[in-house]
Write a protein that binds this ligand. Structure first.
Ligand code: NAD
Length: 484
């Protein structure tokens, strides 16, 4: 059977792209082509922006309560297709089914928070700012926004933005990852079913060409980007050049610091899910364990023991604990980093390269891979590897561990494992990252909080999710009035 060619969703209709450039979407466990995705043209982007502009006129006048009701409907329809959505994520991305379910759940939670828009969008006022003069601040929608999404949370990431944007009265365009566009396609089937007015939400598949067209379009107000740091930097500069507001969530290199006083039996499972969950392809993945003092040897031993028991395979099998990486290209890049680690003198304590998975000989599988005796200067300690490769760095003190974190240009996440309130407080206070875990391996903020990040992991001032999202998707207008 020919693989399905995905369509764009513009102005309430599914539309075949005119582009003759199609990319194959492959199941990472089998490398079978499961769909084809078009690289949409500049004209198609323009059609979507125009439809969103027209829709904005009525949508902004729809009451916040009516807009919130769409959020309730969206949530209910997503709950109905919860398992189907989770399964399609496994097929396009490779993560295991439980992680896919977690992803869909986190997406729905953002819709639930955005449904609070009748309260979240309240302005404020003050009487008598001068004699007989009052001042009001009102929150208004701003127009057409878009999102450029990464492959690693293909269903959830657009939901960090879209629900807040449209609940605030804006109209929206999603440009999904061309590597994993299928669960976004399914989300738009749901958005179609719940009958948003045409043009309020739109989907344009594509690559750099579509992204550039979105950013250059005179009617685009702002962009939310999630992806790698080099692309994020490019996009942030381009958004500024064209006068767009931008929130740019980018790459990461996250440290998990383990103190000698930590409870090892509880710390090990957190390290396993942080470093090997989603095959290390999370922006919150723990990529380095920094072992302080005498904990190094016992910690290393326990990590190796736990990691060597992780069952690798096809994510739809409920017993599997780690799936393949997203593509052959990613696999090659990660294998290159393993070679580099060896060249630079790290000890390969667990080698995941020989892993085989019964019935899936063509998948992009790599078992958990662990380097010990890593030093902070090594490439594997500096670059974002984005795969199931963990480095363990021994240090002598808490201060040295902080130095390891701070020499990285990234500032996405870091965790501390300890039983000491003093060290926990010191860590929270000093560490220059946006998402902090204390005895938590994956410091993922829930939808009511901003998904933070700093340094080369975030460009902009307002993050995704929660109150930041409401600020990002509104104008604050101030009215100063006097009546004679
Ligand atoms: P990517 O940067 O390759 O792609 C992200 C998006 O940008 C895609 O939609 C892609 O089509 C588009 N794009 C790619 N090259 C472009 C170019 N030259 N010009 C314009 N657009 C371009 O990222 P990815 O590999 O899909 O995702 C993984 C990255 O995302 C990792 O670095 C990860 O850390 C990061 N990430 C960050 C967060 C966060 O919140 N900080 C969350 C998830 C993922």
């Amino acid at each position: 059977m020919e693989p399905k060619v995905l369509k764009n969703y513009i102005d309430g209709e599914w539309i075949e792209s005119q582009s003759d450039e199609l990319l194959n979407v492959r199941n990472p466990a089998t490398n079978e082509v499961i769909a084809q995705v078009p690289m949409s043209t500049t004209d198609e982007v323009d059609e979507a922006v125009q439809a969103a502009c027209v829709a904005y006129q009525d949508w902004r006048e729809t009451t916040p309560f009516a807009r919130a009701r769409y959020m309730f409907r969206l949530k209910n329809f997503m709950e109905e297709r919860f398992e189907e959505l989770s399964q399609i994520i496994v097929q396009e991305h490779g993560k295991i089914i439980d992680e896919a379910r977690g992803e869909v759940r986190r997406g729905i939670e953002n819709i639930e928070v955005a449904a609070g828009v009748p309260s979240l969008m309240l302005g404020y006022n003050m009487e008598d700012v001068s004699q007989g003069i009052d001042e009001d601040c009102v929150y208004q929608p701003a127009g057409v926004f878009c999102c450029v999404a990464p492959f690693n949370f293909p269903n959830m990431v657009p939901l960090w933005f879209l629900p807040y944007a449209v609940a605030c009265g804006n109209t929206y365009i999603v440009k999904p990852s061309e590597q994993c566009p299928m669960s976004q396609n399914m989300l738009f089937e749901i958005l179609d079913e719940i009958d948003f007015p045409p043009g309020v939400v739109n989907l344009v598949n594509g690559d750099k060409r579509a992204v550039d067209a979105l950013l250059e379009h005179p009617d685009m107000v702002g962009v939310s980007f999630v992806g790698s740091t080099p692309v994020g930097k490019y996009l942030y500069a381009k958004a500024a050049q064209h006068g767009k507001r931008a929130q740019v969530q980018a790459g990461a290199k996250n440290c998990l610091v383990v103190m000698p006083d930590s409870v090892l039996n509880q710390t090990i499972p957190s390290i396993m899910t942080s470093s090997f969950g989603t095959s290390g392809q999370r922006c919150l993945s723990g990529s380095l364990v920094v072992a302080v003092g005498e904990v190094y040897e016992p910690l290393k031993e326990k990590i190796l023991e736990a990691a060597s028991q992780i069952k690798v395979g096809y994510g739809l099998d409920e017993t599997v604990q780690m799936g393949p990486v997203v593509s052959k290209k990613s696999l090659d890049r990660i294998l290159g980093y393993i070679e580099k680690g060896l060249e630079e003198g790290a000890t390969l304590s667990l080698d995941g390269r020989g892993v085989t998975v019964e019935n899936y000989p063509d998948g992009n599988f790599l078992g958990p891979t662990i380097f010990s005796d890593v030093t902070p200067e090594m490439t594997i300690a500096q670059d974002e590897i984005f795969g199931p490769v963990l480095g363990i760095i021994p240090v002598d003190s808490f201060d040295e561990a902080m130095d390891v974190i701070h020499r990285s240009p990234f500032g996405n996440a870091a965790s501390l494992f300890t039983t000491s309130g003093k060290w926990a407080r010191e860590f929270k206070y000093r560490v220059q990252v946006g998402n902090i875990g204390i005895n938590i391996g994956i410091a993922a903020p829930i939808a009511s909080f901003p998904f933070s990040g700093m340094k080369d992991s975030f460009f902009g001032d307002l993050h995704g999710q929660g109150r930041d999202a409401i600020q990002f998707f509104t104008e604050r207008k101030v009215v100063i009035s006097r009546w004679f």
